[in-house]
Design a protein around this ligand. Structure first.
Ligand code: TRP
Length: 429
């Protein structure tokens, strides 16, 4: 078993992630409006429960995005992919909420809240706006009391050994760090509170390193439910999880079945009711609403998607701690060009050999930069792939093209970032 560690930065064996219950995304995005490059090119590769989101989009019901940014270091191309997704989801009608993980940066990376705030605004939020994010809800963990209160109350349903097993905490881990996953669960689930838009399908787009947090949060969300609702031999099985008020809770579930005209079978001894409907999500949603009327949280499980990390220019992970191999959104075109020029490619040792054997775009970081959005047109991308494979296109040509496209992108972004400064207020809650 591989173990995903959200606080380390190695590359993953993406295939093995299925063991953790992450499902393949490739059949999920095809019906979405104008599928963007990160779907078409498999950059977003995995998900949990994306069906709730698709269903909301199809039925034009409200849904919400919650993701977070870690305000540490400078924003590089690897950080761009999540905001590309957020901007896309915003364009198709999602309500957008973004957590600035300043408490997490303080607890796990040694930043002060002041430093985290400065980095968040100057490095991240300005770039988000420059990249095209429209006004939405961006908040700081340290300033949102609903999130912090919720983190505390949610924590009732997780114990120390469970938390330690997931995150590998030891006796010397500081307690603010131990608490960071609860704050993140507060981030994810608070958008289902009435004051933030109420109960609705929630999507958390993240890098795959964040999956432990997602699983943890989903476990906590279901632990706070009174019912467990699942597909059961072609019907919807509704099971009461608590021991008090069972009859009343079954009455409520029975009421829902009747309202829809579904037939059902009730078994009080099993604390269960089996409803003849395959619309599990609908029944789950309505029961969650009923739980809220009784004064409980009544969460529906948040959905998630996972994207691949972009590779650093030397072939290892792109990280702000290795500035020569990362392209920062604040780099000058000259700096970027220099880095691109030293990047690892899929080219052969000599030009003769390259012409004869053809290059290996699969191993080429420049080709990866094209794939991650530098080239928008799929046909152009495919052409470069073919021309490299059969030795027609050389690494020099690709690097030149990449430098030019990067220059355009960086110059444009810089200009937009300057005018973004005055707009930031419209984004902060
Ligand atoms: N832990 C995330 C990171 O390291 C940041 C984060 C905080 C987050 N809260 C979140 C991500 C909620 C997604 C959803 O980058």
């Amino acid at each position: 078993m591989i173990r995903i560690d959200p606080w380390s930065s190695k590359q993953y064996d993406y295939e093995k992630l299925h063991q953790f219950g992450i499902e393949d995304f490739k059949n999920e995005w095809k019906d979405l409006p104008s599928p963007p490059f990160f779907f078409r090119r498999g950059i977003v590769f995995g998900h949990r429960d994306f069906h709730r989101i698709k269903d909301a989009i199809k039925k034009k019901k409200p849904w919400v995005i919650l993701t977070g940014l870690m305000p540490s270091g400078k924003m590089h191309l690897g950080h761009k992919i999540v905001i590309d997704q957020v901007i896309y989801y915003q364009s198709i009608g999602a309500d957008i909420h973004i957590a600035v993980a300043d408490i997490e940066a303080y607890a796990t990376r040694g930043y002060s809240l002041k430093q985290a705030e400065k980095i968040a605004i100057e490095e991240y939020i300005s770039n988000y706006i420059a990249l095209g994010l429209k006004p939405c809800h961006i908040y700081f963990q340290s300033k949102n009391n609903d999130v912090k209160d919720m983190a505390y109350l949610l924590a009732k349903k997780a114990n120390l050994s469970q938390t330690t097993a997931i995150y590998g905490f030891t006796g010397s881990t500081n307690m603010a760090h131990v608490f960071a996953p609860f704050i993140q669960a507060g981030d994810i689930l608070h958008v289902q509170l009435a004051a933030y838009g109420g109960l609705r399908p929630t999507l958390v787009p993240v890098g795959v390193d964040q999956d432990p947090h997602i699983r943890f949060c989903r476990d906590i969300a279901s632990a706070h439910r009174l019912y467990s609702v699942m597909e059961h031999e072609g019907r919807t099985g509704v099971f009461v999880k608590v021991d008090e008020g069972v009859k009343k809770l079954l009455d409520i579930a029975e009421g829902i079945a009747k309202k829809h005209g579904y037939s059902y079978e009730r078994n009080d001894a099993y604390k269960a009711i089996y409803i003849a409907s395959n619309n599990v999500d609908e029944i789950d949603f309505e029961l969650a609403m009923e739980e809220r009327k009784l004064g409980y949280y009544g969460f529906i499980l948040p959905s998630s998607t996972y994207h691949r990390f972009i590779t650093g220019l030397d072939g290892n992970k792109m990280s702000s701690s290795r500035p020569n191999y990362a392209i920062f959104l604040s780099d000058t075109p000259e700096e970027a060009k220099k880095k691109i020029w030293h990047a690892k490619t899929g080219g052969r040792i000599s030009i003769e050999e390259h012409r004869r054997l053809g290059g290996e775009p699969e191993k080429c970081i420049i080709y990866e930069l094209f794939t991650y959005g530098l080239i928008k047109d799929d046909r152009q991308l495919e052409q470069i792939y073919q021309d490299c494979r059969n030795g027609k296109q050389t690494c020099g040509q690709c690097k030149k093209l990449a430098s030019e496209l990067m220059k355009e992108f960086l110059n444009d972004l810089k200009e937009k970032r300057n005018s973004a400064k005055d707009e930031i207020k419209e984004y902060l809650d």
